[in-house]
Ligand binder design. Structure first.
Ligand code: CA
Length: 236
């Protein structure tokens, strides 16, 4: 998952950058609204963490322009502690969630995971794809209940594919979602990652199809037909 942090407080921005990169996300950072606006138009991010009080162009305006362009990526806004008006205005402009400063990094990480899951069609922490299970909380992948050992890059690749099940993802798109600015990753390297991931997860109906000359597609798995509502979905 590729994340843009737009925050002008350097200490906070550095802390966020370190913590989220440490979790394996591809994270870029800008320190003013004009740069944020430009970055959002030139690169394809999966999540925006947006300080509302940015120099040159406010976070509100960055958000307004983003939504006016029809961009749907989740946006987590950072607001001043006691500003209810900012929160309301931000949410009205199309933010998905907010955090009031100061906040605990752990809580921000949890919200980032929750927003990332939305794209994978999961409201809960565990994404199921046939016999493949991805626990987004611990970032653990299991296949038929056996743990799969994935590198950070392989896991990031799997996340991108899980967000687009049944859809074609080009190699260029994969580069875009896996790499930060200034990082040189060739499409050949992408082929290598896909090859490695395949060897680890392709079991039963789990299949990453190659669309020749175009890219890859994590194939849809038909859901077993259920004969009515299941009673035991909830545990008390
Ligand atoms: Ca600020």
């Amino acid at each position: 998952m590729r994340i843009l942090i737009a925050e002008d407080d350097r200490v906070l921005a550095d802390g966020l950058l370190r913590s989220l990169r440490g979790l394996g996300y591809a994270v870029d950072q800008v320190a003013d609204g004009v740069s944020a606006d430009a970055a959002l138009q030139s690169s394809d991010f999966d999540l925006l963490i947006l300080d509302l009080g940015l120099p040159r162009l406010s976070g509100f305006e960055v958000l307004r322009r983003l939504r006016a362009r029809g961009a749907k990526l989740p946006v987590l806004i950072l607001t001043a502690a006691d500003s209810v008006e900012d929160k309301v205005r931000g949410l009205d402009l199309g933010a998905d969630d907010y955090m009031a400063k100061p906040f605990a990094l752990q809580e921000l990480e949890a919200r980032v995971r929750a927003l990332g899951r939305r794209g994978m069609g999961g409201a809960t922490a565990v994404i199921q794809h046939g016999p493949l299970q991805y626990d987004t909380t611990g970032r653990v992948v299991t296949l038929n209940d056996a743990m799969v050992d994935l590198s950070a890059r392989e896991l990031a690749l799997l996340e991108v594919l899980l967000q687009r099940v049944g859809r074609l993802v080009s190699k260029d798109q994969l580069v875009e979602h896996l790499c930060v600015w200034g990082e040189e990753v060739s499409t050949n390297a992408i082929e290598v990652y896909v090859h490695r991931l395949r060897k680890k997860i392709e079991v039963g109906p789990v299949r990453i199809a190659t669309v020749r000359g175009l890219g890859y597609c994590l194939e849809k798995i038909a859901q077993p037909q259920t004969a009515g509502a299941t009673g035991g979905a909830r545990d008390g």
